[in-house]
Design a protein around this ligand. Structure first.
Ligand SMILES: Cc1ncc(COP(=O)(O)O)c(C=O)c1O
Length: 403
């Protein structure tokens, strides 16, 4: 008897945007590979050559810092390249404990836990802490890793309009019940560059008996006079935030994520968070680089001042020229272009003129709010900041985005 072969449906569902179309018309500039890291926030990119890097999360320009590189090299000589597996069993190194103590000191917390990425730090912390009967309340623009953690937790998941404190209060009032309430928000929003209203969020959390978790992926090294983050920015006490999450992959030029908080919280997470229990420890090089980077931020505080200066200059030039930058106040500058076509066209205009910048389009951001996501860094030379502003303004005029 002849065997019946069942025809399979396509392995991949339809993509949310038309990748092939943008490739065909030459407007696709994603996954382009950097060959060399050059001084002053420049890079050498395969097929393109030297470019000003205007899309990097390395806000303080610490990638390649000699002290951080030296720490990573020393860690290889001392510990080798891997660990012995998961932290709870054989994978813990003295270096991990030192890194966690360093993070706790930087964030003025009792202790800290590190995970293999910022994404899993959010996913695992939220989903292990919150249970059925609890309530999670998130800002609408929170990062995907927070959303995924909420979905995995089985708690009731609600959202408030972006940075809208009246709406947050409504959500808190609605949540009042038997379970625990956790409000989670980004400190700096990754696509808009604005800052959560921490004083008001904190007041409302206290009023309604809710706990507070803040993701500092884009605020460590950037916010506050000495780069210690959002509490320093608002001059608030270190115990304002119950769960202080951050990543080691942006200002900190390494890989990994962390949560800092009370001893009780960290002990719980080290024995209950699935990504800590079932996933290997971060490698010695990453841990050593991250630890050294916290020292460098404190020693070289000129970098924190310089990024604010570079941002102020860049953003005011674009705003004066008529660009809408939303409510950005930090190193992330959303240059609003309108339609997806306009966003990718302005990005291409800049890329052709030696600027590495990406368009962020729907569905990552709302339809009609496609943008260049430009990030200034502390090490960009003033003439490069001006060159980027001049080019974006000229491109914006040529494409009819501004007058
Ligand atoms: C706000 C925010 N949280 C978490 C993450 C995830 O961090 P990581 O890249 O270290 O996984 C990101 C990454 O872009 C982010 O922007």
């Amino acid at each position: 008897m002849q065997e019946v072969i069942v025809k399979r449906p396509p392995l991949t569902p339809a993509t949310l945007w038309d990748i092939d179309y943008y490739k065909e018309i030459g407007l696709y500039f994603y996954l382009e590979a950097t060959q060399d890291i050059l001084p002053n926030g420049r890079v050498n990119v395969e097929h393109y050559g030297e470019m000003i890097m205007l899309g990097s999360y390395s806000y303080l320009g610490l990638i390649g810092h000699p002290e951080i590189n030296a720490a990573a090299k020393a860690a290889v000589d001392h510990y080798g390249t891997g660990t012995h597996g998961v932290r709870l069993l054989a994978g813990s190194l003295v270096l991990h404990n030192e890194l966690e103590a360093r993070i706790a000191r930087f964030k003025q917390a009792d202790d800290a836990i590190t995970y293999s990425s910022g994404y899993v730090a959010n996913l695992s912390t939220i989903s292990s802490l919150l249970r059925k009967g609890d309530t999670l309340i998130c800002d609408k623009l929170n990062h995907a890793s927070i959303v995924d953690g909420c979905l995995l937790s089985m708690a009731k998941f609600t959202r408030f309009r972006h940075n809208d404190m009246d709406h947050l209060e409504r959500r808190l009032r609605e949540a009042n019940g038997d379970g625990r309430i956790l409000v989670v928000t980004d400190a700096v929003f990754s696509m808009d560059g604005d800052i959560i209203n921490l004083p008001e969020v904190s007041r409302l959390c206290q009023k309604y008996g809710a706990y507070l978790m803040i993701d500092e992926a884009h605020s460590i090294g950037v916010l506050g006079e000495t780069g210690h983050g959002i509490e320093e920015h608002f001059d608030m006490p270190p115990d304002t935030i119950d769960i202080k999450m951050g990543t080691l992959s942006k200002t900190i030029p390494s890989a990994g994520g962390y949560v800092a908080g009370s001893q009780e919280l960290i002990t719980f997470l080290k024995h209950e968070a699935r990504a800590f229990i079932f996933s290997a420890a971060i490698p010695p090089t990453s841990a050593a680089a991250a630890k050294a980077a916290f020292d460098v931020i404190e020693k070289e505080s000129w970098r924190v001042r310089q990024i604010q200066e570079n941002y102020n200059h860049f953003a005011s030039r674009l705003r004066e020229a008529g660009f809408d930058l939303l409510y950005s106040e930090t190193a992330i500058v959303p240059v609003i272009c309108g339609s997806t076509d306009r966003g990718v066209a302005l990005a291409k205009y800049c890329q052709d003129r030696g600027i590495f910048v990406q368009a962020v389009v729907a569905p990552v951001v709302p339809e009609g709010l496609a943008r260049l996501r430009a990030c200034v860094s502390a090490v960009h030379a003033p003439e490069d900041v001006d060159y980027c502003a001049n080019t974006i303004i000229a491109g914006g005029r040529e494409l009819g985005i501004i007058e």
